[in-house]
Structures are given as C-alpha cells and as structure tokens.
Write a protein that binds this ligand. Structure first.
Ligand SMILES: Nc1ncnc2c1ncn2[C@@H]1O[C@H](COP(=O)(O)OP(=O)(O)O)[C@@H](O)[C@H]1O
Ligand SMILES: [Mg+2]
Length: 235
C-alpha cells in the first residue's frame, strides 16, 4: 500500500517552545485517518506543515514526493475555526470557487468546466440555498460546509480537515460526521482529520494517531480508542 502522506522526524519549535519533537506517521493512499490529542498538542501545526504553511525540520512526503517538489494542488485543506469576517461581502459561491483557483492557479480563466465543478460541489455539500449569501451572514455549521465544498471544488487527492465539527452543536456534529463519512465513501480520497473529540472519529476511519508531548504515542486501528487514550493519559 503506498502512502499519500508520510511524515518522518517532524519537528516544529518556537524560540521558547518545542511543539513537535520527532513525529512519524504515514497515511495510506485512499484511507481515512484521524489525528487526536488534547488542545494545544500541536495538531493544527502538524496539518499546516503538511500543507506547506508552517516551517519545520524533518521530512514530509506527499504521494511519494518531497513536500518541496510535491504538487500542493493535490492537497485540500479546511482550516480550524474558518469563520468568516462578519462584514465579508464575498458570497458562498465565490468562496467555493476559490477551490478552482487552488487547483488551476490564479491566472487561469474561470471557465464552463470550473463552473460545473463548483455547482456540483455546492450541491454535494447541500448549500445551494445559501449560494448567493455573503459569507458574513451564514452560521458556523454552514461555514464548515462551505469550507468542505471549496475543498471538493479543488478536486484534491488528499483532504486535511482540522476540527471540522468544532463550532457545531452536538446534534449538528453527528449530522456533519455522517456527511463527511458519506463523502469519503463516495469519493475515496485520502483523508486526515484532526479532532480533540474521540466521539468525532467516524466509523470509516481506519487509523488513529495520538499526539502527546510532541510525539505520536499511539498509532493504532480504530478500535477501543477511548480506552487506549485513557491508558496513554491523553484524556
Ligand atoms: N506563533 C506561535 N508561537 C509560539 N507558540 C505557538 C504559536 N502558534 C501556536 N503556538 C503554540 O503551539 C501549540 C500547538 O498549537 P496547535 O497546533 O494550534 O494545537 P492544537 O491544534 O493541537 O490544539 C500551542 O501550545 C500554541 O500555544
Ligand atoms: Mg488545533
């Protein structure tokens, strides 16, 4: 099985703080994996490093290529807390279209094919009813769906989701989780999802990585995670 994301000896530090101290992990192509750990463990930093948005030492390979040479368009990233500026005049449709620019670069003309792909992503994410709304006027749950639709419009091979359910109430969290699971089962992209909430790991998830004290302390299948996490004193 070839790996889509391979991380070796990843270290991230700030002048007064070592955040990651030798992380190793590998996500197989086409699989769903979860990265868990307490708040402040460094999960978001790790994801940003994989997107090329955070300086690090060590090695990150994307579909077999060193991150520096890898095609970043293949990675779709939905950041944590992506709530829009309340005054943003940008529409949901425009925000989803950004996925096409992430795919093609900003200089390629937005054509008929791009429009079709954006319409389709909006339909799959079930946000047609707000397509014309300004981003500043939608709810936190809707904003998460817009973020996912943007990533889908990019048609990436690898999707990185950072706490996608974080701003939702418990009921919407479950619905959202089912939504992510359905997407994954229909499209079979590679997914690495970050969450601090063990209950948010979907059934389709095959691998779970636990981050603690700057390292992956557990690299396991998706079974008895609560108990394992307790053993490692993570929660
Ligand atoms: N620019 C920065 N300088 C110093 N420390 C930072 C900076 N950004 C984040 N941190 C620290 O890095 C740690 C990991 O942050 P983060 O990756 O966001 O954690 P998580 O996503 O697991 O909750 C936190 O303790 C945070 O305070
Ligand atoms: Mg985080």
């Amino acid at each position: 099985m070839s790996s889509a994301v391979e991380i070796q000896n990843l270290k991230i530090s700030f002048p007064k703080k070592q955040i990651l101290n030798g992380v190793n992990l590998s996500v197989n192509k086409g699989s769903f994996a979860a990265l868990i750990g307490a708040n402040g463990a460094g999960k978001s930093m790790l994801i940003k490093a994989v997107c090329g948005l955070q300086k690090f030492t060590g090695n990150i390979k994307i579909l077999g290529k060193d991150l520096k040479e890898a095609n970043k368009n293949l990675i779709g990233y939905a950041p944590q807390n992506n709530t829009a500026d309340k005054n943003s005049p940008v529409s949901v449709y425009q925000a989803v279209s950004v996925g096409r620019f992430a795919k093609n670069g900003i200089f390629k003309k937005f054509g008929e094919e791009d429009k079709k792909i954006v319409d389709n992503a909006i339909r799959i994410a079930q946000i047609e009813y707000i397509a014309a709304s300004p981003l500043g006027e939608i709810s936190g749950g809707e904003a998460q769906k817009v973020s996912i639709a943007r990533v889908l419009a990019q048609q990436p091979e690898i999707i990185l989701l950072d706490e996608p359910q974080a701003n939702l109430d418990p009921n919407s969290q479950k619905t959202f989780l089912n939504f992510i699971e359905k997407l994954y089962l229909s499209f079979k992209f590679t997914c690495l999802m970050v969450t601090h909430d063990i209950d948010m790991i979907p059934k389709c998830c095959e691998k779970v990585f636990m981050l603690k004290d700057g390292k992956i302390v557990l690299d396991t299948d998706n079974k008895d995670i609560k108990q394992k996490a307790r053993e490692y004193g993570i929660y």
